[in-house]
Each structure stands twice: as C-alpha cells, then as structure tokens.
Ligand binder design. Structure first.
Ligand SMILES: Cc1cc2nc3c(=O)[nH]c(=O)nc-3n(C[C@H](O)[C@H](O)[C@H](O)COP(=O)(O)OP(=O)(O)OC[C@H]3O[C@@H](n4cnc5c(N)ncnc54)[C@H](O)[C@@H]3O)c2cc1C
Length: 692
C-alpha cells in the first residue's frame, strides 16, 4: 500500500496535452464564470495512480437526493424569500442596534410576508421546524437564534409546560409575533445549576396572585434573549413559595415556570416593577437583544403558572402527578430538550457551510508545484487533506446522527414513551455537546486552511466562528451536558447488572460488556489487511470496546473513591475519565448511524462515496486514540501503523470526491457566498469585493 501511495505522492509527470487543457480551462474561467471549476481537471496525484487509486465516479444527484432532508421545499422557499429581499440581507458591517432591528424585521418578513409559521411545527412536526431553523440560521445565525428564542424557548415553554388554557390564550399571538417573548431561566449567580435559581414566586391567596421577586443582585435574570428590546412577555423560572399553616410559614416547592408580562402591549413601555437592562455588545449573535431582568413585587394572576407538572389551587393547595421536587424538575427540563436538538442540528449546518467554503477554496487555490510545471491545488497537499478530509467525513457522520436524533425526538413528542424520553434526553445532551465542540474547533481549522483570504470578513469564517461559539455554552454547557451522558451510562450499567432493560441506542452495552471486555483475540489484534480495517464490524467493535472499558473502569473507580470522598468528591476525582467515556459513547452512536446510512443508500456510486467517508471517519478516530488501543494491546504495533497509512490513503481518496461530497449538501450560493469559495472564477469575484 505504501509504495502505491508513495507513487501517488511522487506523481509529477503531467503530459503536455493535459497541461495545455488545464491552462485553457483556467483562462476560460475568466471569460465564462459558469464553466466547471478547475477542481474537475485532472489532478496531479491521480494521473499516475494505480487502479485502486482511481477516482470514484459519483452520481452527485443520487448522493444529493440521499442527503436531502424531507423538508427541502420549505428551505428553498425560505432561501427564495430572502434572496428576493436585499433589504433583509445582513450586510458585513452593521451596528448592534441596526442588526437587532434587521433581525426582528427578518423574522417578521418570514412570518408575515413569506407566510412561514414555524410555531405550528414546534409541537406537531419538529422535523419541519428544525429544517426551517437550519435554513434561517444559514441566512443569519442571529436570525436562527432569535427564531429559536421566540418559538422554541418562549413558545415551547408555554405549550410544553403549560396546559390547554395557556395554549388557547397565547398560541396565536406567539405564532404571529404579536406576543414576542423571552425564556428567563439563567441568573447572574446561577447558569448551569438551574436548581439553585433564587428568583421567587410567592402565592398571595388573598388576591389569588403570584408575586415575582428578585431577592438580590445575584438573582437578576441575565443573558435573556429578546429581553433588551423586543420581548413583551417572559417565561420566568422561579422558586414557587406557598404559605403554610405551620411554624415555618412558607414552603419552597422548587423551581416552576410563570408567564410574566414585561412590556405594555400597546406602548411597549416596561411594566411597573420590571427593570430591564441591556447585556450590550457580544462576541457574536449581535442581532439578538440579550437583556437582564429584575422584578420588584410584580403581580401576575394564578393562571400564569405553567401548570402541567404542578398546580396551585385557589386556596393555595399544591397538586402534582409527580411525587418529588426532583421528579417535577426533571420533567420540566425534559420538555426543553428541543432546544438542544435544534442546536446540534444547526451546528452540523454551520459545519457544512464552513467545510464547503474551505474545501471549494482549497480546490481552486493553487500554490507551488513540481519544477517547471503548473502550480497544484492546495487540496493536493497531504497536510491540507489531513486538515479537511476527516472533517468532511465527520460532517457526514454528524449529519446522519443528528437526522436520527431529530427523528427520535419527533417520535418521542408523539408517543411520550418513557424509555424514548430518557434516550433522547441523553442523546441530545451528548450530540449537542460533541458536535458543537467539534464545529467550534473546525471553524478555526477552516479559516486557517484558507490562508489570508480566510481572514476577510466577507468570507464568513469570522462571523460563523463568533456566532457559533456560544453554541457550546447555551442550552446547557457542554462539559455539564457530557456529565449527564456519563451519569446515564452508569445508571444503565447498574441496571444491566440488576437485569434491567436498556433503551435502543444504548443496547450495545449489554452485548459489549460480555463480548468486548474479554481479552482481545491475539490473532485479530495483528490483522492489518485493508478489508479487515474497512470492515464495519472491526470499526464498531473497536469503538464499543473502548466505551465498555471506560465504563467498567470508571464504575470501579467511582465505587472505590466514594468510600473516602463521598459521591460528589468521587465524581470530581473521576471527572475527566467520565467526560472521555461520554465522548467515546457518542462517537460510537455516531459511527453506528453512519454505518447504517451507508448500508441503506440505494445508489451504488453514492454508497461507495459514503463508504469512503465512513471508513475515514472511523479509522481517523481510532488513530487519534491509538494510544488507548495500544495500551491495552487491542491493536498490535503493525496494525496501528496500517491504520495510520490507510487513514492517509482514505483522506486522499475522499479528496478525489470532495467536490461531489460538498456539492451534495446543496447549500445555496448565498449561504456559501464567501467569494473565495464561489464555484466559478473565485479571484475575479474577490477583486470585485475589494473594489477593482
Ligand atoms: C448569547 C447568550 C444567550 C443566552 N440566552 C439565554 C436565554 O435566552 N435564556 C436563558 O435563560 N439563558 C440564556 N443564556 C445563558 C446560558 O444558558 C448560560 O450562560 C449557560 O447555561 C451556562 O451558564 P453560566 O454562564 O452560568 O456558566 P457556568 O455554569 O458558570 O459555567 C462556567 C464554567 O464552569 C464549568 N462548570 C460549571 N459547572 C460545572 C460542573 N458541574 N462540572 C464541571 N464544570 C462545570 C463550565 O464547564 C464552564 O466552563 C444565554 C447566554 C449567552 C451567552
């Protein structure tokens, strides 16, 4: 294999006719921008490749069709709408205040002019809702988040945490944007630790009202989207305080959600007792008006308690179908996982955009080359392939995994199946944190891969990076969310040994504990043939083995440390181990979904391209963690070397179909509008931007 690849890398001979063809085509691009880009020209490396290295002939249409979501139509409608409205397109340079107004107008345009009503899909067709969110987010990420705050957070809390009376009263106003609103959970002193919130809602039985109070500065609601300028209502998360007839006088029933009007419906003036401040200019997402809210004895009717999981009667009696504060809190947060699902999905959208820009640019950009020969595309450099091809493979992997997550979430919304609820909760936490962390790093890699041109604001990496960065923190900090995945795995590990059932996504653990934790087979640890390394069974076994080992070891460590350090101390002592376990599990789920997607692809050429990407994803991940596999002799030294070589080779092969793979994302031109990545005549586009 090495000699073949060395041959590829050494391939420098290009026939005279090919050189001439390349030059003619490059010149013609300056005349006719619609011609095929140079990426389709013969590549230096491929010309002398052996049969094994031949470029796959991929049916791009079939691949696109397979990748297309069910709701491409509504996405196209959205793109057409904004394309037809230059006044609603976000310019490169814009002040915070103008951006906020533009973003509100973009949302109003979508709802009132284009007639797209996202709220209708929040509960009834979440797949369609996420497709809309992905499309508007690619127009301007601030718009995607503004829409998410209005419909998923504010609207979603009303319909998911409230009951019929709330739906009847608020649905239409939220839907048509008359009732703009906020989701006021985070406080200055408490972000991740939601159970520690300090805002209070005290029931006044004389007036049949709740009184909302901010008891101290640390309880000011902070970072609240839509609060600084546009919101008229807020769903406020506060401790429910009920009067009692005992010596204590009051009882704290834990965190509940309340609808609190914050601005006058007609005048838009801030209502009495409510103070609103602006959180100011942010690193990104400046189209969203984040603000801080303080409440001073703000009275709201009893009906404004979102009472699905707990209610207060006229005489102040508390009722709930759930027995404990913790169970009610869990159920409340469980209803809010939609936001995480949306962020994971949207983050893959951002990854697709940035990978597309960087790869198209790398196909077009030429630097250096063999002596006395034309310069070569920078994507022909092994280092550039190493940066971008595993990323492209990962983008595909995350695409299929998040599509699966959205499907499961929709199913959960319909069936309310308890096991599915638990499964979606952990999967959304894991995928949100894993994918958003990956995309955040990938954005920097893409910027760098485009050299100096990647730094021009017009080429989008700056805004993509700044706007996306916070995806790692809001809707649950990634480090905190990964711990929920680890906790869930440990719970299921315990259940397994107590004979409990495992939910669908997790069921491999049952098998893996028995199969994978026995000593690795001394023969297979040495197998290094390409067929074996590209066998999905080998790849999945390797991922599952790693997760099973991490799980078993950390369970033992926790048990040991808890004797001396207690539960909290033991958890903290093993925290890094737990995070690695959670990531390993999520990677395993991602790979399983990718393998399934390859298997189900009906078109042979598209399937072959997907198989290449899937193998690259799997082997690159194994190689990145090769130390772990070597340490336990799961992989012998010769096999480790073979994995590395094959990973490089697959990167090269994926490079040869990179154009088809990015084209299959079918991102509209305005989304990848970075001039450096335009399909045709990149450089003249670029010079136009700077005014030549
Ligand atoms: C632009 C923006 C928009 C937002 N919009 C809203 C909104 O509309 N509504 C709303 O309610 N909130 C909103 N938020 C708040 C957001 O949800 C919180 O910032 C987030 O939940 C994290 O909380 P925190 O900022 O207090 O971070 P912290 O919880 O203080 O975290 C700080 C650091 O400590 C680490 N850490 C914390 N706990 C642990 C632990 N147990 N183990 C290990 N490490 C830990 C974290 O990993 C992190 O690195 C928004 C925030 C921003 C920046």
């Amino acid at each position: 294999m090495e000699s073949r690849r060395e041959k590829n890398l050494m391939a420098e001979e290009e026939s005279d006719s090919l050189i001439a063809a390349r030059r003619i085509q490059r010149l013609s691009l300056h005349i006719s921008p619609s011609l095929t880009p140079p990426s389709s020209l013969p590549l230096v490396q491929t010309e002398t490749c052996s049969a094994r290295s031949k470029k796959l002939d991929v049916d791009g249409q079939a691949l696109s069709l397979y990748m297309r979501g069910k709701h491409m139509d509504i996405q196209e409608k959205i793109f057409e709408f904004y394309n037809s409205r230059p006044d609603l397109q976000t310019p490169i340079e814009i002040s915070k205040d103008d951006h906020r107004e533009l973003c509100m107008n973009q949302l109003l345009g979508l709802v009132r002019e284009a007639g797209i009503r996202p709220f209708r899909y929040v509960a009834d067709d979440p797949e369609k809702y996420f497709a809309i969110m992905e499309a508007v987010g690619s127009v301007d990420m601030s718009l995607g988040i503004k829409m998410g705050v209005q419909y998923s957070l504010w609207g979603g809390s009303v319909i998911n945490l409230g009951t019929k009376k709330h739906r009847d009263k608020y649905f239409d106003g939220i839907d048509n944007l008359d009732y703009t609103g906020c989701f006021a959970m985070t406080e200055l002193h408490h972000g991740s630790n939601v159970q520690g919130l300090q805002t209070t809602a005290t029931f006044d039985p004389l007036k049949d009202e709740f009184v909302i109070d901010t008891p101290h500065d640390g309880a000011i609601k902070w970072w609240i989207g839509n609060a600084a300028v546009h919101g008229k209502f807020a769903t406020v998360f506060a401790r429910l305080i009920l009067p009692t007839h005992d010596s204590k006088g009051v009882s704290d029933m834990g965190v509940h959600a309340f609808i609190v009007p914050i601005r006058d419906m007609k005048t838009h003036q801030t209502l009495p007792g409510v103070e609103i401040q602006d959180c100011g200019h942010k690193v990104g997402l400046n189209g969203v008006d984040n603000g801080a809210l303080r409440f001073r004895s703000v009275r709201i009717p009893r009906d404004n308690l979102l009472n699905r999981f707990g209610d207060v009667s006229r005489d102040g009696t508390y009722t709930s179908s759930l027995p404990t504060i913790n169970k009610r809190f869990g159920a409340t947060l469980g209803e809010l996982v939609g936001g995480r699902v949306g962020l994971a999905y949207a983050s893959v959208g951002v990854l697709k955009i940035s990978a597309t820009i960087a790869i198209r640019y790398s196909l077009l950009r030429q630097q250096f080359g063999p002596p006395k020969q034309p310069e070569v595309s920078i994507l022909d450099y092994q280092s550039q392939q190493h940066k971008l091809m595993p990323m492209l493979a990962s983008t595909y992997a995350y695409h299929f995994a998040t599509v699966y997550l959205v499907e499961k979430y929709s199913e959960m919304k319909k069936t309310h199946d308890e096991q599915l609820v638990a499964d979606v909760h952990a999967l959304s936490a894991g995928l949100k944190s894993y994918v958003t962390s990956y995309t955040a790093k990938a954005l920097s890699v893409c910027r760098e891969a485009c050299g100096g041109h990647g730094y021009a604001a017009v080429n989008r990496f700056g805004s993509l990076r700044n706007d996306h960065d916070i995806f790692q923190t809001f809707e649950g900090d990634n480090t905190v969310l990964l711990q929920q995945v680890a906790a869930d795995l440990l719970k299921r590990y315990k259940e397994k040994f107590q004979g409990g059932t495992l939910t669908v996504t997790w069921s491999y653990l049952r098998e893996s504990m028995n199969t994978y934790l026995s000593q690795p087979n001394p023969v297979t640890v040495r197998w290094e043939g390409e067929d074996h390394l590209r066998d999905p069974k080998f790849q999945l076994d390797a991922f599952r083995y790693r997760t099973s080992r991490l799980l078993q070891n950390v369970a033992a460590r926790l048990q040991k440390h808890s004797k001396t350090l207690g539960g909290f101390g033991a958890w903290n002592r093993c925290l890094n181990h737990l995070l690695t376990l959670a990531e390993s599990h999520i990677e395993t789920v991602i790979l399983a979904k990718f393998i399934e997607a390859v298997k189900n692809c009906p078109d042979p050429s598209a399937k072959a391209a997907l198989k290449l990407a899937c193998d690259l994803y799997a082997l690159d991940r194994i190689w990145k963690d090769i130390g772990t596999y070597r340490n336990v002799d799961y992989v012998a030294p010769n096999k480790a070397k073979a994995i590395h070589k094959l990973t490089e080779y697959l990167s090269f092969q994926v490079r040869n179909v990179a154009k088809e793979l990015v084209d299959a994302f079918e991102l509209p031109d305005h989304v990848t509008r970075a001039p450096i990545a335009m399909q045709s005549d990149a450089y003249s586009q670029y010079t136009q931007v700077v005014g030549f």
